[in-house]
Ligand binder design. Structure first.
Ligand SMILES: [Zn+2]
Length: 219
């Protein structure tokens, strides 16, 4: 499937040295040869953690991706949880591939914001750490989005009891409506992304070639 991701709020740009309050999870964007990039691995991680919370609310036993014991138990039972069934684990290949997202036609605007390092513990300005400059990408940037879903029968839609299909549909519904937040510091109003103009194409393997069989829009 493909479409465009639109950031409704600014996206934080990661630099060589992080601002004092910055942590890896807050960084949505990296500059690659002067062009911002949202790594596919970050998007995949975002989708996974969102669907973990959805699966848990539906009563599935979910576990952390690095929980080796849970993975081994599932492998012994021969029954992986739907999250592993989508994103894979050490025993099972991932059924989704998310590509790096770049600004459509290379169009983006970068701006800077000066922040002050606030001591988390005391809520005061931390001595010895001057103001730092954050770089941000302006809202309403359109990013190319591509995701491959391999051997999960999601489109064209039909009734199914495959929990993976239901979870992925929930993901796309959320992405195309309210969006998802790619940063962890939601209070600062950064990192909300939405999916627009999403389309799917179904490919099937025949005679050793991948052929497109049908396609449609995701609503
Ligand atoms: Zn699992």
């Amino acid at each position: 499937m493909d479409g465009f991701l639109v950031n409704e709020t600014p996206l934080r740009v990661g630099v060589g040295r992080e601002p004092p309050l910055g942590s890896a999870v807050d960084i949505a964007v990296y500059m690659v040869n002067g062009i911002p990039c949202i790594p596919g691995s970050s998007l995949k991680g975002l989708f996974r953690s969102y669907l973990e919370s959805i699966a848990a609310s539906k009563g599935y036993k979910v576990h952390e991706p690095w929980d080796e014991r849970a993975v081994e138990e599932e492998a012994e039972r021969g029954d992986f949880c739907p999250i592993c069934g989508i994103f894979g684990n050490t025993e099972l290949a991932s059924h989704v591939r998310v590509y790096d997202a770049y600004p459509k036609d290379g169009i983006f605007h970068k701006f800077q914001k000066t922040g002050i390092a606030i001591d988390r513990e005391f809520g005061s300005v931390r001595p010895g750490l001057g103001p730092f400059v954050e770089e941000l990408i302006s809202p309403k940037t359109r990013w190319t989005f591509r995701m491959d879903i391999i051997n999960i029968d999601i489109y064209p839609e039909k009734s199914t009891d495959d929990a993976r299909v239901q979870l992925l549909k929930t993901l796309f519904q959320t992405l195309t409506s309210i969006g998802l937040n790619i940063g962890s510091r939601k209070s600062v109003g950064c990192g909300l992304i939405r999916l627009e103009e999403a389309k799917w194409c179904r490919y099937e393997l025949s005679d050793g070639l991948l052929r497109m069989v049908c396609g449609g829009e995701i609503k």
